[in-house]
Design a protein around this ligand. Structure first.
Ligand code: SF4
Length: 469
């Protein structure tokens, strides 16, 4: 093996960021391909401790470069079952970050890693100098892993090829989770793996409210809690619901209070607004409320431009993360968009007004058919004004008030004018004169840019003033 290098490995380095000025090599991230995959395998198919490298070693990479990167762990052990694959995979986030000079962000197809100059100064030239100690760390932290080997891929074409296969595996894992619902289970699972980065964060993983990182399904939580009940994934007996529409459970509130150190004591599963789920920072997508239209937009990590609220994903991520309940922003996993309980307390899909195009396409099967054309993308709306025009044109539910499908309750009032100005009054009078009193809602929308409700608001003012009868 390559010369051994003494790495500094400790949980105290978890959460360490590697800034540009300290960067040696960047792996994956927004500019290139990157993925991580953990698979279970029979014991006799694993060569314990082996590190296979396909592509350039660190010493062959120009310092400061960003490279395509893939890592595939193969784990074996008597207690290892398929459902544990995601749990082992997700532990990368913590364990790789224990190495001083190694940063790991995000998950699955989205990983973003950096090695700092300090690793180069220590004499690291080969991947095995980092990943052999990581294999040992894994086996110490997850004793049910008896054998572990890893393949590191830095050849860009091979990363692409293996990434395509990994995407199929993630889809298969998620498909299994889609078939189960909250009513059908007695236990949810909690996860506090991300508390190193977001100390008050406490995730709940239920069949209908999958993890915001997208890496852990209910089945994964179950497998992890079974094999390591004292670990970061643990069972929450479901018990009594305080409110089935918002997804408020006594047991979840108790868990939230305990695990957040008293920071909050209510956490509801299916709402954006009142005591929503915490967001740690690993979320696959961000939902953001736009008061101007009383609707919710959603952007994914690959969306680069500013959303209609004028803020790019990266800035919103900074505001959303940290393990807090931030009303107005919410981190959500892609799988949640296929849930029948998706934001059901707030109107579900009837409340979604904008999505980044790639995300909308990706979750198309989860969006009700009638809502699909009513949700704008960056092609339809780049700012609030163009979004308003689009929503008016397609008669989006937010325009006249959202009725939530779960119980038929109206949860928003529809757009109202804050002030009926003289200018609006004049335009409405001219419109009525022009139309000869024959009022058509589509023409009100198109010519005046007003909803039916807003138009009636102006009429009432004109009537009060005696201008109209
Ligand atoms: S985001 Fe939540 S569910 Fe995912 S690993 Fe972190 S704490 Fe666990």
């Amino acid at each position: 093996m390559a010369d051994e290098v003494k790495l500094d490995i400790s949980p105290m380095y978890e959460g360490e960021r590697i800034r540009k000025e300290d960067l040696w090599i960047e792996m994956g991230g927004p500019k290139t391909d990157g993925f991580e995959l953990s698979l279970s395998a029979p014991m006799d198919e694993i060569q314990d401790g082996k590190v296979t490298v396909i592509g350039p070693e660190p010493s062959e990479i120009k310092p400061g470069s960003t490279i395509a990167f893939g890592m595939i762990f193969k784990a074996g052990g008597d207690k290892i079952e398929k459902d544990l694959e995601s749990i082992i995979e997700r532990r990368n986030h913590a364990l790789l970050s224990y190495v001083s000079g190694l940063m790991h962000l995000n998950q699955r197809y989205d990983i973003w890693m950096r090695m700092g100059n300090n690793l180069q100064k220590k004499g690291v030239t080969k991947w095995e100098q980092i990943f052999k100690p990581i294999i040992e760390l894994y086996k110490a932290e997850m004793p049910f892993i008896e054998k572990l080997e890893v393949t590191i891929i830095t050849d860009p074409a091979k990363v692409k090829e293996e990434l395509a296969k990994a995407l199929d595996i993630y889809i298969t894992r998620d498909a299994r989770a889609k078939g189960l619902h909250d009513e059908e289970v007695d236990v949810f699972y909690g996860c506090t793996l991300c508390q190193a980065f977001a100390p008050t964060s406490a995730c709940v993983v239920s069949p209908d409210r999958p993890s915001l990182c997208g890496a852990i399904t209910w089945f994964d939580g179950r497998a992890a809690a079974k094999v390591d009940p004292e670990g970061p994934q643990f069972a929450i007996t479901k018990g009594e619901a305080t409110d089935l529409v918002t997804g408020e459970y006594v047991s979840i509130n108790e868990m939230a209070e305990k695990r957040s150190g008293g920071e909050y004591n209510v956490m509801k599963l299916y709402t954006f607004f009142d005591a929503p789920h915490t967001s740690c920072g690993c979320f696959e997508t961000i939902g953001f409320y736009m008061p101007e239209v009383d609707g919710i937009g959603i952007a994914d990590r690959d969306f680069k431009g500013p959303a209609p609220n004028g803020i790019p994903f990266s800035t919103m991520a900074g505001q959303t993360g940290g393990g807090k309940q931030i009303v107005g922003f919410l981190g959500m996993g892609v799988l949640y968009y296929f849930s029948p309980k998706f934001l059901q307390a707030d109107g579900g899909w009837n409340r979604i007004v904008w999505m980044s195009k790639a995300l909308k396409e990706r979750v198309k099967a989860g969006i009700p058919e009638e809502m699909y054309p009513k949700i704008a993308t960056e092609d339809d709306a780049k700012d609030i004004d163009s979004l308003k025009k689009f929503l008016l044109k397609v008669n989006h539910p937010v325009v006249n008030g959202v009725v939530r499908p779960v119980d038929g309750q109206k949860v928003t009032e529809g757009w109202k004018l804050e002030e009926v100005t003289d200018d609006i009054k004049e335009k409405v009078i001219a419109f009525i004169e022009e139309s000869g009193g024959d009022i058509d809602v589509a023409a009100v929308n198109e010519k005046l840019g007003l909803t039916e409700g807003q138009f009636m608001q102006v009429i009432e003012v004109l009537q009060d003033e005696g201008v109209l009868e």
